[in-house]
Write a protein that binds this ligand. Structure first.
Ligand code: SAJ
Length: 431
């Protein structure tokens, strides 16, 4: 009987991915594409039905590729956790959001673990990919597995390997982004390295689950803090009467020791606004205040209100008020060229403007509609840009024709400097 490592290397091991969202589905397809038999488990009947028909709901997974993997039997989506009895390796890719209280909501990880446990076979490799605070793999996975009678390093091999998916990124995807892997024991690390190195060229082994958990949080905290910094620089530049975009462009000419970030209406997505708060929460339990994280969160969270004030000032300069003005928001997605609304600052700007009595519309080809309180708000299909008192560029989608927009718009508040190449700028106010 071949060892687990031999079966992994020979791609005879059956791989399971639990959680088929923007991380799990690309990962499942990556393993299946590379010759593994893959079981994909998700609680959502709707998702699994869609996958069985070869219909992708993830922007980075093309339906034709998905259909080929499902039709060939390489990838088998199911809602039935008992299918995991046939899995040699299990990767967990479930959400790690914040609870309403602002504390980590680890319920998805705990539920996944509890759904898996009854079907977990001895000798399985068990990898957590969900971004979480240091120590949670041990606390939420290893200890309960041991309590259930699985001996670590013998009956079960546990590792943490953070997902690094950048939705919509045309260059980097699951197969070509280096992967950090940290196991609970040396052998756990070796097995997880064997699994991921069979599909990803560059694997970065670290000494523990905690080191891998912390590496991921450093990556995203680095982004959150630098975005917070540049948002505050933008505020300072407005006080100083300096164009922050010109300043960033000039600073970016430095070939070393600088990395540009750009101001915006705030930060969205399921990672950057949230992951650093997992770290600051963990440190608070250890009686340490992670000041940079909390300060950056304060600044980033205040940007939607800052943008609404900017809109008010711009209208005021045209002897108008927000109340009663007909406004069009361009872009509701949390970043350009994707269809994801999660934590989007555009939703907060929309809410503030509605509360202030604006006659408010949005235009975003990626977002058909969204729920606002108890109503469904639908986007304008083909807006007459000249018919609005002010356009607000919140997401710099590449599909927007900024020349055409600026030619007909009375006034534009551009929070992304998206219209930077437009010559006639008399009607454009930037962040
Ligand atoms: N943002 C700014 N200014 C910037 C960069 C970003 O305002 O200079 C905003 C974006 O508009 C967006 C938010 O911050 O609302 C997050 O942007 P992001 O580019 O980090 O996008 P995510 O959250 O979809 O993807 C990130 C990954 N992005 C990149 O590395 C470019 C990466 O941080 C993680 O791999 C991923 O989250 C994750 O899943 O953790």
């Amino acid at each position: 009987m071949k060892s687990l490592k031999e079966r992994i290397v020979a791609r005879e091991a059956t791989v399971a991915v639990v959680g088929l969202g923007y991380v799990g589905l690309p990962l499942a397809c990556a393993f299946a594409t590379k010759g593994y038999k893959v079981i994909g488990v998700d609680l959502s009947e709707k998702k699994v039905e869609s996958l069985k028909k070869g219909e992708s709901y993830i922007i980075d997974v093309k339906s034709e590729m998905l259909k080929a993997l499902v039709d060939s039997g390489a990838f088998a989506p199911t809602t039935d956790f008992s299918a995991l009895r046939n899995a040699d390796c299990i990767s967990i890719c479930v959400p790690t959001p914040l609870a309403k209280t602002g504390e980590p909501d680890v319920s998805y990880m705990i539920n996944a673990r509890d759904y898996i446990l009854p079907h977990l076979q001895k000798g399985t490799l068990f990898v957590l990919e969900s971004t979480t605070y240091p120590g949670s793999t041990k606390e939420l996975m290893i200890k309960p597995l041991q309590k259930a009678g699985f001996e670590l390093g013998k009956d079960v091999f546990v590792a943490f390997s953070p997902e690094r998916v950048d939705p919509g990124n045309p260059k980097y995807n699951t197969l070509n982004t280096p992967k950090v892997v940290g196991g609970a024991t040396k052998e756990c690390t070796e097995l997880a390295v064997a699994l991921y190195s069979s599909i990803i060229p560059l694997i970065v082994p670290v000494s523990s689950c905690e080191a891998a958990e912390m590496a991921k949080l450093l990556e995203n905290t680095f982004r959150s803090i630098n975005i917070g910094l540049v948002n505050e620089i933008a505020i300072m530049c407005r006080y100083l009467g300096i164009d922050v975009w010109e300043v960033i462009k000039a600073a970016s000419s430095k070939p070393f020791g600088f990395m540009p970030f750009y101001p915006g209406p705030g930060i969205g997505g399921h990672c950057i606004p949230i992951d650093p708060l997992y770290l600051s929460w963990k440190l608070r339990t250890l009686h340490y205040k992670a000041r940079f994280i909390e300060l950056a969160d304060d600044i980033n969270s205040a940007m939607p209100d800052y943008v609404v004030n900017l809109i008010g000032e711009a209208l005021n300069d045209h002897r108008k008020s927000i109340k009663g003005s007909k406004l069009l928001l361009l872009g509701m997605a949390y970043k350009k060229d994707i269809d994801d609304l999660r934590e989007s600052p555009s939703l907060l700007v929309y809410d503030r403007l509605r509360q202030k009595g604006a006659d408010l519309y949005y235009y975003d080809p990626f977002i058909k509609s969204f729920r606002y309180n108890d109503e469904t708000v639908t986007g304008v299909k083909d807006p007459d840009f000249g018919s609005y008192d002010c356009l607000v560029i919140l997401t710099d989608h590449s599909c927007f024709d900024y020349d055409k927009i600026s030619k007909s718009a009375k006034l534009i508040v551009d929070t992304r400097n998206a219209a930077k190449n437009v010559k006639e700028r008399g009607n454009i106010v930037t962040l």
